[in-house]
Write a protein that binds this ligand. Structure first.
Ligand SMILES: NC(=O)c1ccc[n+]([C@@H]2O[C@H](COP(=O)([O-])OP(=O)(O)OC[C@H]3O[C@@H](n4cnc5c(N)ncnc54)[C@H](O)[C@@H]3O)[C@@H](O)[C@H]2O)c1
Ligand SMILES: O=C(O)C[C@H](O)C(=O)O
Length: 332
């Protein structure tokens, strides 16, 4: 067997982690032959709860779980890690937008950026989940200047999965028969879930999703709004933010980064290099393909309609505002 992959999960005593840790430890992400060393970071008041999580992981008697390291110490947590899954942050409650969390949460990512810079492997792959995810990811990348910018991402895979599931449900087909749904921009209610390039298999035939749906009003209104506001709808129903679906999306995101996507397109927040006219340096969700070398590349050459352009720019404008606000808090 190979050496363990060292995976840090922050917010390890929280609700997303409770679903996520089992999937990682049993081999859903890094494969059924890859041993895992799990590092679990949370804040000091949560250490007793974290002890319970550690007991449960032990009681799962999983063959791949080589070691579990619970800690409240950032330096110890980031030491020599291969993968950082940064979940730990306040979740939003009913009536809040994700950017309302900015003030509390950006400080966490500044401090963790310094720890990442000082202690992690330079090849570390970073996925930010804690909201507002794009801006937190941008903050941590700035405070970890020795880690290549390409190694930072934020989670928009949950939005992609939501979009895929909405289309599957509309057409009465299975989820695997819907491909190339795209999420552009911010993991917020300004994100643009885009079906212009999506394809579906219906009755054994591959066709553009919009041709199969035959309902432009649904594509341009109901679909977009449902995906944009799905996180809020879950909060309203559960009184807690999404956790099971978020954990599943994190697994999808990391597995695809680790092994590559092949011909599939997936959406993830990455630091813009200017593709599709998006300001360089912003953490923006694009459709990407990932090679077996773990290199992420934006899908090139997509036609952007006037309708799409407006949406791409609106979510970009929100990200610029969030970025400026985050850095003003950090400088204050
Ligand atoms: N990007 C996405 O798609 C997506 C989806 C769902 C939730 N989220 C976000 O993920 C975050 C976590 O959600 P949750 O439901 O697990 O919340 P939760 O409140 O159940 O758990 C968060 C955990 O983070 C811990 N924490 C707080 N500060 C920390 C720090 N500095 N270091 C380490 N741990 C810290 C808390 O003690 C808590 O145990 C929230 O910000 C939520 O909004 C993002
Ligand atoms: O919406 C939230 O605040 C939680 C999460 O980001 C989600 O999309 O479910």
């Amino acid at each position: 067997m190979s050496d363990p992959v060292k995976v840090l999960v922050t917010g390890a005593a929280g609700q997303i982690a409770y679903s996520l840790l089992y999937s990682i430890a049993k081999g859903d992400v890094f494969g059924e032959k890859q041993p895992i060393s799990l590092v679990l970071l949370d804040i000091p008041p949560m250490m007793a709860v974290l002890d319970g999580v550690v007991m449960e992981l032990q009681d799962c008697a999983l063959p791949l779980l080589a070691e579990v390291i619970p800690t409240a110490d950032e330096a110890a947590a980031f030491k020599d890690i291969d993968v950082a899954l940064l979940v730990g942050a306040q979740p939003r409650r009913q009536g809040m937008e994700r950017k309302d969390l900015l003030k509390a949460n950006v400080k966490i990512f500044k401090s963790q950026g310094a720890a990442l810079d000082a202690h992690a492997k330079k090849t570390v792959k970073v996925v930010v989940v804690g909201n507002p995810a794009n801006t937190n990811a941008l903050v941590i990348s700035k405070f970890a200047p020795s880690i290549p910018k390409e190694n930072f991402s934020c989670l928009t895979r949950l939005d992609q999965n939501r979009a895929q599931a909405q289309v599957a449900s509309k057409l009465g087909i299975s989820n695997e028969n819907v491909q190339r749904t795209i999420i552009w921009g911010n993991h917020s209610s300004t994100q643009f879930p885009d079906l212009a390039h999506a394809v579906v298999h219906v009755n054994g035939k591959l066709m553009p999703a919009q041709e199969a749906i035959k309902d432009d009003n649904w594509v341009k209104n109901d679909f977009i709004q449902t995906v944009q506001t799905r996180g809020g709808a879950v909060i309203q129903a559960r009184k807690l933010s999404s956790a099971m679906s978020a954990a599943k999306a994190i697994c999808d995101h990391v597995r695809d980064w680790w092994f590559g996507t092949g011909e599939r397109w997936v959406s993830m927040g990455i630091i813009s290099k200017g593709d599709y006219g998006i300001q360089e340096g912003l953490m923006y969700s694009f459709p990407v393909q990932i090679g077996t070398d773990k290199v992420v590349q934006v899908v090139p050459g997509l036609t952007i309609s006037d309708f799409a352009r407006e949406k791409l720019d609106a979510t970009q404008a929100e990200l610029i505002e969030e970025r400026d606000c985050a850095f003003s808090f950090l400088e204050a």
